[in-house]
Design a protein around this ligand. Structure first.
Ligand code: ADP
Length: 431
């Protein structure tokens, strides 16, 4: 907000500066002839009265009369021989013809040839008010610098309010609320952006819905023939007279059919979690410490992998609202991955975070290389095949984890673990 304010404030001041020192002089320049004609009209009477007093006198008389007249004038009068009076070549003709001319080199002066003589009568430079103009300008600029704070501030506040609305709607949308839309006044300068955002959000929602529908219906459609295949395979496998070689093929087809079934189940699960909003009714107040301890204990592997749960919170109970079924599934996925890839140790740690709690799932396995970290939570994303051959997964486990954690208003990330392998961190807010 500070940056926007400073930008707007400087733009306003620079615009004023440009108007005062760019546009005004430019206007004077453009309308020079009209301005001079106007000045001539105003000064005509004064010049003619003074000239009448001086023109028929000799030099000494003129100086004497000029001194007397000077006492009645508020600005300097002068009488200069034409030969020593500096005048622009383009003004010389006008001067010779008796026109009132002006010059603004060292203070503004007006001058006219004195009758048909070779003397020039000058008035001005400095006119009264020159000092006033200086202080007036100082006051004006001081006022502008101070006063411009208010329009700049008002503009900033309005802009900031609308930008915040767009930003908040964007964050809600990214967090899974596909109905998040921006409401800004019709006359806001960001109304166009807000409207584009809303159209984009609506379009994305429709696309996601149709994608979800497609996944659901294809998965359901596959299930029926798949069950028939599995049933037929069981029938054939139960046939005593089947030669061994055929039995082997039948068993292999059976395994493949089971794999397809697992994939379909996983896809249906993912589709169920995608873009889901009705979490409110599922939230329950629970003690996170004992609950997480129980989830970890239930996942304790039978082999040589050592699974440890540590509570680093200051209290031994942290009561907050979450959906135990689905969040349980998320932690299950993370712990199962940990035990699958660990060499010997998996550690689940609950610790205080900046605005909630952090749950680290550490292992001492091969870890996740940097280049995979930003994609690892995408659906169907798996790393090298050699690692996945035995996992039996389809790259949906972490995508499901992310959906569930995001529903809870949290975030999940992956890093290096102090144990040497991967560290998955789930950040949850306490509500
Ligand atoms: P899958 O269901 O196929 O296991 P996931 O979404 O759970 O898919 O994981 C995606 C990929 O991330 C896996 O294929 C695996 O290569 C990698 N991965 C997940 N967890 C770990 C871990 N703890 N250590 C190393 N690699 C992991």
């Amino acid at each position: 907000m500070k940056k926007i304010f400073i930008t707007i404030y400087l733009i306003l001041l620079l615009s004023l500066f440009f108007v005062a020192y760019g546009l005004f002089p430019m206007t004077n320049e453009l309308f020079e002839t009209q301005t001079l004609a106007y000045t001539r009209q105003i000064a005509k009477g004064t010049f003619s009265l003074v000239s009448d007093r001086l023109v028929y006198l000799d030099d000494a008389g003129r100086q004497q009369a000029l001194s007397e007249l000077q006492t009645r004038f508020g600005y300097p009068l002068g009488l200069v021989p034409m030969a020593s009076f500096p005048v622009d070549p383009e003004d010389r003709e006008g001067l010779m013809n008796g026109l009132i001319m002006d010059e603004d080199d060292e203070g503004y002066i007006l001058f006219q040839r004195l009758g048909r003589t070779d003397m020039v009568l000058t008035m001005g430079g400095p006119f009264p008010g020159s000092t006033f103009f200086f202080y007036g300008r100082l006051f004006l600029w001081g006022g502008c610098i101070l006063f411009m704070v208010f329009p700049a501030l008002a503009w900033t506040l309005i802009l900031n309010r609308d930008m915040k609305r767009i930003e908040q709607a964007g964050s809600r949308f990214v967090a899974g609320n596909l109905d998040a839309r921006v409401q800004v006044p019709r006359f806001s300068s960001l109304a166009q952006i807000a409207s584009v955002f809303n159209t984009m959000a609506e379009r994305s929602k429709q696309l996601l819905a149709s994608q979800k529908d497609l996944t659901n219906s294809v998965s359901h459609e596959i299930r029926t023939p798949l069950s028939r295949i599995q049933f037929s395979l069981e029938m054939v496998a139960a046939w005593d007279r089947l030669p061994d070689r055929e039995k082997k093929y039948i068993a292999r087809i059976g395994r493949d059919a089971d794999e397809i079934e697992a994939l379909v189940d996983e896809m249906l699960t993912y589709a169920r979690f995608e873009g889901r909003q009705d979490l409110g009714a599922r939230l329950q107040k629970n003690d996170l410490v004992s609950w997480l301890g129980a989830v970890a204990a239930a996942e304790r592997p039978a082999g040589q992998i050592d699974l440890e749960f540590r509570n680093r919170m200051e209290t031994c109970a942290v009561v907050t609202r979450f959906d135990p079924v689905h969040l349980g599934r998320a932690f299950q996925n993370l712990i199962r991955n940990g035990t699958r890839y660990a060499a010997s140790r998996v550690r689940v740690t609950l610790s205080p975070g900046r605005s909630g709690v952090l749950v680290h799932i550490d292992d001492d396995g091969p870890g996740i290389p940097d280049e995979h970290r930003c994609k690892i939570f995408d659906p169907f994303y798996r790393m090298d095949d050699s690692r996945n051959r035995d996992s039996g997964g389809y790259g949906l486990g972490l995508a499901i984890v992310k959906q569930i954690v995001v529903w809870h208003g949290g975030a999940v990330s992956v890093n290096d673990s102090p144990l040497g392998g991967a560290r998955f961190t789930v950040r949850l807010n306490l509500t």
